[in-house]
Design a protein around this ligand. Sequence first.
Ligand code: SF4
Length: 378
Amino acid sequence: MRDAGAPVRGQARAADRAADAPAAVDAPAAAAALLAWYGRHARALPWRVGPAARQAGVAPDPYRVWLSEVMLQQTTVAAAEGHFRRFAGRWPDVRALAAAPEAEVMAAWAGLGYYARARNLIACARQVAAAHGGCFPAEEAALGALPGIGPYTAAAVAAIAFDRPAVVVDGNVERVVARLFCVATPLPAAKPRLRALAATLTPAVRPGDHAQAMMDLGATVCTPRRPDCGACPLAPYCAARAAGRAAELPARAPRRAAPLRRGLAYVARRADGAVLLERRPARGLLGGMAGWPGSVWAEGTPPAHAPPVAADWRPAGEVDHVFTHFRLRLEVLAAEVGAQAAPARGAFVSAADFAPSSLPTLMRKVWDRARPALDGGA
Ligand code: SF4
């Protein structure tokens, strides 16, 4: 057992440990150093109550905390900030969001990707409004029972909005913990251990600030490739730093290459500028979003598919896009069609109502690819 307050030091000690045994770290002292650092270096974020205001008694708005956490799943802070401001300005509380038409919320979500999150966002807002009187529950378990709130988001909202000592572990936190305790076991196998170690760091006092401090440290100091150990409040306690292994952790098991799926996308435009769009099925990728008619997406050669409208279809190039579990390559076909064209799928949207910025990123890429072919052939 280490003496309280004695940080881990020395390469030899780290090297002597069994490869997968975490180093002994004075977790309470490390957590205290982290909180002190957060008091000086917390990022100013539009959904955040900073440490000074928090300690002065300002309570975070659970709606804003929840909204930001849902947006930040798979999205960077920089990408989420603008969307957050627009959402919070247009729908300032959960009841307003619950009452919003689904199509408007989906359009406002465009650009953030992972559209199942937007559908769950609406479902969650409606459930909180209907079943919880417009107030988010404070307990992790009750939060986790709401649509779209997984274990991570439940813990983050419980900690940040309600100051519950929930253990909040995302990729940033995993990295910091893997380095602090010099855990050599590769991810994802190391996840349970990293979570248990993160729990030893979580303080009973100011757990919400602790969770945000861990996030900030991972995002700004203990970064994936070049950890800035010289600026890190955990440096005196950090076993990976002591062992000279900071940049190589966390280790990762080799990834299987994501499979490639292919498909076709048809962009039809009339002389008056109207374009042929359809709403995608509610379930599945980009569910409920507007998109170009096209084929199913499948591995192998692009599937044979009937165009949505009779026209002189011309190849306009290809578009590549990466989803979580596969890569997609869409062959884009473009055509100018007559005023009387009768589509078998979708409907023409007038030039005045067509806003490429409200399309999901993939569909915007398709439009960008088709447009030169349409303009050149006009
Ligand atoms: Fe990360 Fe370096 Fe800080 Fe350790 S000392 S937590 S490796 S930044």
